[in-house]
Design a protein around this ligand. Sequence first.
Ligand code: DQA
Length: 146
Amino acid sequence: MKLLVLHGLNLNMFGKRDPAQYGTTTLAEIDAAVEKLAAELGATAQCFQTNFEGAMVERIHQAHSDGTGAVIINAGAWTHYSYGIRDALAILSCPIVEVHMSNVHAREEFRHTSVFSPIVRGQICGFGIDSYLLGVRAAVSALQAK
Ligand code: DQA
């Protein structure tokens, strides 16, 4: 079970960025926790972060043929407007879980919309680092149910 964990723009700044929304956990700590949980569940997790939309699209394209079984994605602000990333995700046939550290529905109006919502298996938001860990569990369950 190969999981691909994708982090979008500005998420490399977790730990330094707006601690009231995102806490003080760094992206490296998130990745370490995700990899540890995936291993406990009998899966492997590969984590990727970029601030460049084209690089994210190309990494998603690779997932089409590199054996990725499920994708967990926090696309940051791209979630709210990137039809390019949505189209790339829609090419995949594997389960996709959308995650957010903050409760996007309790924040500004523009964060209430996800252009990915029609094509993902489900969304998890508002639980900080646990959003990612719940996302890993959801992805593994989806794969086990196959
Ligand atoms: C976020 C929420 C987005 O609205 C925001 O643009 C981010 C982070 C989150 O993890 O809560 O960059 O995806």
